[in-house]
Design a protein around this ligand. Structure first.
Ligand code: HEC
Length: 116
């Protein structure tokens, strides 16, 4: 039994390490990100692909690609209620994400920035 289990355990460990490595680098948890966005009503004004009242998140990702301040900017954008301008010219406070967990917020930011 032991001789059969050991190689399997080694492979499993290697796989988990690999997943862990890419996971912390960039790959966001899409289900969690979408869940938080849904719960925060973000999809009322945004979608991944299409412009609604707010820009398509894919466009946002393209705009910030290669920008070292992207994470800071987007985090502030969705947590501070800063004023934003709508197409018709009126301004209002931008929605605030319904979470205070920095990890959950960071995951949503990372996911948006990963869209292409
Ligand atoms: C009532 C409509 C509305 C809701 C709800 C809304 N947004 Fe926005 N959002 C906008 C508009 C309008 C802009 C464009 C602001 C600008 O260009 O100044 C925007 C811009 C953005 C941007 C791009 C910011 C940038 O710097 O380019 C991101 C990211 C974003 N919203 C995320 C979110 C998230 C996350 C939520 C949910 C917590 C959310 N939005 C909810 C209207 C909305």
């Amino acid at each position: 039994m032991k001789t059969v289990m050991q190689p399997a355990t080694a492979i499993l460990t290697a796989t988990l390490l690999l997943l862990g490595a890419t996971g912390s680098a960039q790959a966001a948890d899409e289900a969690a990100a979408r869940g938080l966005a849904r719960q925060s009503n973000c999809f009322k004004c945004h979608s991944v692909e299409k412009k609604k009242e707010g820009p398509a998140w894919r466009e946002v990702a393209a705009k910030y690609r290669g920008n070292p301040d992207a994470v800071t900017k987007l985090t502030r954008h969705m947590t501070s209620g800063e004023k934003v301008k709508f197409e018709d010219g009126h301004e209002e406070d931008h929605a605030i994400v319904k979470s205070t967990d920095p990890k959950e917020i960071r995951n949503l930011v990372d996911w948006i920035l990963s869209l292409q």
